[in-house]
Design a protein around this ligand. Structure first.
Ligand code: FES
Length: 589
C-alpha cells in the first residue's frame, strides 16, 4: 500500500522578490495598473503576497452538480496550506465542472468547452503555476488539455475513487453494477425493487466511480504522463493520504513556478508511450484513447491511433478490476497501488519520460510490493497476455475504430453476422424490446448517429443493452458496432469510435443496411462491411439517419458541430488544437 507521498526535493528559497514571475506582469512595479491589481486582491492577504512570490491557481472542479468532485474544496484547502508553506500564494479558481451522470446530452459535448474556459482563465489571470483538481471522467482531461495549451507549470491532484460498493455481499462497482443488474431486471431474474435499493450500497462515500472506468483511468493516466507526484493517483477520496498529497502538491507547484518547469517539459512523446503501456496493464477505459489523443494534440505531439495498438497491443493485463475483473479501486490501492503495477512493466516503460518532480517516472519504480496477487498479478502470471486496446481498420472504419479485447467475449473476437441497424439511440430504444425484431445471437447490432458531430458530443451509448428475448435465452454478449463511445465501466464485444462517423460525408457506417454481413476480425485488426464497392457507391445514407443528426443553430452546440474533429484524432475542436502559450500583451485599464 502506498504509505506516504514522495517528497519533492525543495530548494532553499529566500522568498525575495522575483521579477521573473509571470504574475509580476500584473502586480510588479508602480503606477495605476499594478495599484489596481494589488488593491482589489488585498482582502486580508499580506503585503508580501505581491512581492514576486509564485501565484498558484487551484483549478478546482468542485461542484455540487459533479458529485464525484464534491470533496475537492476540502482537497483545495490542503493544497493552499502547502502553497503558503512553500512561500507561494494560493488562489482558488473554480472552473467548469462536468458531472458524468447529470450533464445532458452528454458530458463529452462540454469537455472541449471546459478545456477552453480553463485555458483562457489560466492565461487571463496573474498565475505562475496551477494545481489541477479533477476526478469525474471529463474533468482531468479538460484540465490537462486547457493547461497544456497555456503551457504553465502544473501538477494534477486526482480526487480519487469512492470506497467499494457491494450487492448481496459481493463487490459491485458503480456503473458496472448498474449495467449488470439492470440487465438482470430486464431478463426477469432480479426483482426491480431490489435493484432500486442498490443505490446506497453502490455509492458509499465521496470520490469518483470505483471501477477501472474513465475517471480511475484518467487519474492513473495523469500519473503515467508524469503530471502527478508519483504514487498519488488512485488514493481513495476518503483516505487521509489524499490530503497529504494535496499539501505536497501545493508545495511542489511553488517549486514548479520558480523553476519554470512547464507542462511541455514534463509531457513528451515518451510520456504517452508510458501512458499507453500503463493503460493496457490496468485494463483502462477506451475513453482514454480519445482523451490522450486530444491532450497530445494540445502539445503538438504526434500521437496516432496506431500508437495505442503498436505500443500497448502486447502488454499483459495485470489489474483484476471491474468491469472486466472482480475488484475495485480501493482494492488496487490496498494491493500496492499504481506504482506496484508499473513496477511489473518497468522494462516496457520509456526511461526518459519525465515527471513533475523533474526525475523520470522509472526512477520512482522498483521495490513496490504487490500485497494481494488476486488484485495485481505478477508479470509472469498475467490475467491476459495481450490486453492493449486494438485498433481496427477496414472499409467500415477507414480512419479506425477501437475495441477493448479484455472486456470482450473471446469467442466473439472473430465473428461474421447480419447487421441490425439503428439510426440513433432513440431509434434503438424504440425497437430493441420489440419481440418481433428479427435478431438472433449471431446478429451484429449497429448503432450510428452517435459520433462527435452526429449526436452531438459522442455519448457513451455504444454498449447497448441486448434484446430481452435473447437475454431470456441466456445470451449475455453480442457484437455491437458504433461511432459512439462506451462507458469505461461497461463491458462486452463492442467496437467503438468508428471513424469517419455516420454524420461525416462519405462515411460507410452511414450506408450499412439491415441484413448486410459485417466481419469482425480482431486478431487481424479488421472490420469489414461485406458489400461490394460498386453497391456502396450506389447507396446513399437513409433519410431517417440524416434526419436524426444534430442541427444546432446557436451557442456552443453550433460551434461544436462546425469545428469538432473525428474521434480518431481526439474529438477536439480544430481551432483549439495546439498551444498558444501564456503570454498576454494588452493592458486592461
Ligand atoms: Fe463521475 Fe463515474 S460518474 S466518475
Amino acid at each position: 500500500m502506498t504509505s506516504s507521498v514522495p517528497r519533492a526535493k525543495m530548494k532553499a528559497h529566500d522568498n525575495k522578490e522575483d521579477a521573473t514571475m509571470r504574475s509580476q506582469g500584473w502586480y510588479g512595479g508602480e503606477g495605476r495598473d499594478p495599484f489596481i491589481h494589488r488593491a482589489w486582491m488585498r482582502r486580508g492577504v499580506p503585503d508580501h503576497a505581491f512581492d514576486g512570490r509564485p501565484q498558484i491557481a487551484i483549478a478546482n472542479t468542485a461542484s455540487d452538480l459533479t458529485p464525484c468532485n464534491m470533496h475537492l474544496n476540502e482537497v483545495a484547502e490542503y493544497v493552499k496550506q502547502g502553497v503558503w508553506e512553500a512561500g507561494g500564494v494560493p488562489v482558488n479558481l473554480p472552473v467548469v465542472s462536468l458531472g458524468e451522470t447529470l450533464v445532458k446530452p452528454t458530458a463529452m459535448l462540454w469537455r472541449n468547452m471546459a478545456a477552453m474556459s480553463i485555458e483562457e482563465m489560466l492565461r487571463a489571470n496573474p498565475i505562475d503555476a496551477a494545481v489541477l483538481l479533477g476526478g469525474c471522467d471529463k474533468t482531468i482531461p479538460a484540465l490537462l488539455m486547457g493547461a497544456a495549451s497555456v503551457d504553465l507549470p502544473a501538477v494534477v491532484v486526482p480526487g480519487g475513487p469512492m470506497l467499494n460498493g457491494y450487492f448481496r455481499g459481493e463487490r459491485s462497482g458503480c456503473g458496472t453494477g448498474v449495467w449488470q443488474l439492470s440487465e438482470e431486471v430486464r431478463a426477469g431474474t432480479l426483482p426491480a425493487e431490489e435493484f432500486e435499493r442498490f443505490d446506497k450500497q453502490m455509492v458509499r462515500s465521496k470520490g469518483h466511480c470505483n471501477t477501472m472506468g474513465t475517471a480511475s483511468t484518467m487519474g492513473l493516466m495523469a500519473e503515467a504522463l508524469g503530471m502527478t507526484i508519483p504514487g498519488v493517483a488512485g488514493t481513495p477520496a476518503p483516505d487521509s493520504r489524499l490530503l497529504e498529497a494535496a499539501h505536497a502538491s501545493g508545495r511542489l507547484a511553488v517549486e514548479l513556478a520558480r523553476e519554470q518547469r512547464t507542462i511541455s517539459q514534463v509531457i513528451t512523446k515518451e510520456s504517452f508511450h508510458n501512458a499507453i503501456i500503463a493503460l493496457a496493464a490496468i485494463g483502462g477505459s477506451t475513453n482514454a484513447v480519445v482523451h490522450l489523443l486530444a491532450i497530445a494534440g494540445r502539445l503538438g505531439i504526434d500521437l496516432t491511433l496506431e500508437d495505442f495498438d503498436r505500443i500497448g497491443g502486447a502488454v499483459p493485463l495485470l489489474v483484476n478490476l471491474q468491469p472486466s475483473g472482480s475488484y475495485l479501486m480501493e482494492d488496487l490501492f490496498r494491493a500496492g497501488g499504481f506504482l506496484a503495477v508499473l513496477d511489473q512493466v518497468t522494462d516496457l516503460l520509456d526511461p526518459d519520460a519525465n515527471t513533475v518532480l523533474g526525475q523520470p517516472l522509472t526512477s520512482f519504480l522498483g521495490g513496490h510490493t504487490v500485497w494481494d496477487r488476486d488484485v495485481i498479478s505478477l508479470r509472469e502470471n498475467p490475467l491476459q497476455d495481450e490486453a492493449g486496446i486494438a485498433v481496427l481498420r477496414g472499409n467500415l472504419a477507414p480512419r479506425g475504430a477501437v475495441i477493448k479485447p479484455s472486456a470482450a467475449s473471446p469467442e466473439l473476437l472473430t465473428h461474421t453476422g447480419r447487421a441490425i441497424v439503428f439510426d440513433s439511440i432513440e431509434d434503438f430504444h424504440a425497437r430493441i424490446d420489440d419481440p418481433d425484431l428479427d435478431v438472433d445471437a449471431s446478429s451484429v447490432l449497429v448503432l450510428r448517429g452517435c459520433g462527435p458531430k452526429g449526436y452531438p458530443g459522442m455519448p457513451e451509448v455504444a454498449n447497448t443493452p441486448l434484446p430481452p428475448k435473447l437475454l431470456r435465452e441466456g445470451v449475455r454478449d453480442m457484437v455491437r458496432i458504433s461511432d459512439g463511445r462506451m462507458s469505461g465501466t461497461a463491458y462486452g464485444t463492442v467496437v467503438l469510435h468508428v471513424a469517419p462517423e455516420a454524420a461525416s460525408p462519405g462515411s460507410v457506417l452511414g450506408l450499412v443496411q439491415d441484413g448486410d454481413l459485417i466481419s469482425l476480425d480482431v486478431p487481424n485488426r479488421k472490420l469489414e462491411l461485406l458489400v461490394s464497392a460498386e453497391e456502396l457507391e450506389a447507396r446513399k445514407p437513409a433519410y431517417r439517419l440524416v434526419s436524426e443528426f444534430a442541427k444546432a443553430d446557436r451557442g456552443w452546440q453550433q460551434l461544436y458541430i462546425e469545428h469538432v474533429q473525428g474521434a480518431d484524432t481526439g474529438a477536439d475542436l480544430d481551432f483549439l488544437v495546439g498551444s498558444s502559450g501564456s503570454e498576454v500583451t494588452r493592458e486592461s485599464h
